[in-house]
Ligand binder design. Structure first.
Ligand code: HEC
Length: 196
């Protein structure tokens, strides 16, 4: 709304040039000072005070959802029981299969775990090179196989995720891959997985 205001001349004159006193409208000044005050608050909160940004809030929430999602599978430990329990739960198998497919395992071990010549081992047969029991799979995933392309996978997987992907690997045993990698001379027959 514009209110009628008498033109009002300021009392100075520069080389005969005079000036009207026309203040900026109130809404404009409110915006100006408002954004000034907002910028100080913003700066104080996000740059000085260790304030949380929307992104760090989101990341914290995702992390919490992830770990509480794993929490429902109970305590995870390096025992055959933990892996057998995960292998028996379709939900856990789904998590393991997704990790296997998305964290690079499938590229070297084939999507169905049949192995790739010159790269990863076959998980579907009763043979293994670097482990003889279920917890042994966890160790290989954590520490890798020195001198091969199998490097420790700990930078790609959280400590919990290692259990799920290992359960998936163990569960591939006995399945029939499309193109099984030819027998590796280093591979030795391992005992069947224990039953629960
Ligand atoms: C860059 C290729 C590569 C990637 C990626 C990879 N691996 Fe491997 N993996 C190998 C190679 C090579 C070996 C060693 C086989 C050998 O000892 O000759 C191996 C061995 C293994 C073994 C032991 C096999 C055996 O018979 O002893 C397991 C278990 C394993 N990988 C699981 C995984 C999992 C789980 C992932 C994903 C998180 C993964 N690997 C990602 C290449 C890879």
């Amino acid at each position: 709304m514009t209110e009628h205001r008498e033109d009002h001349l300021t009392d100075h004159s520069y080389d005969g040039i005079q000036e009207f006193d026309n203040p900026l409208p109130g809404w404009w000044k409110a915006l100006f000072w408002g954004s000034f005050v907002f910028s100080l608050l913003y700066w104080g909160w996000f740059h000085v005070y260790p304030g949380k940004s929307i992104i760090s809030d989101w990341e914290a929430e995702v992390e919490e959802a992830r770990s509480s999602g794993y929490a429902r599978f109970g305590e995870l430990s390096d025992t055959p029981e933990t892996l057998l329990a995960l292998m028996a739960q379709p939900d856990a198998r789904k998590i393991g299969a997704t990790l296997f497919a998305t964290k690079g395992c499938a590229a070297c071990h084939a999507p169905d775990g049949g192995g790739v010549v010159g790269l990863g081992a076959n998980f579907c047969d009763d043979l293994a090179i670097n482990y003889t029991d279920l917890p042994g799979i966890l160790k290989v995933v954590r520490s890798g196989v020195p001198g091969t392309a199998m490097v420790p996978q700990t930078s790609l997987l959280s400590p919990q995720e290692i259990y799920f992907v290992a359960a998936h690997v163990a569960g591939l045993r006995g399945t029939t891959p499309a193109k099984p990698r030819p027998l590796d001379p280093k591979a030795k027959e391992i005992a069947p997985w224990p039953t629960r």
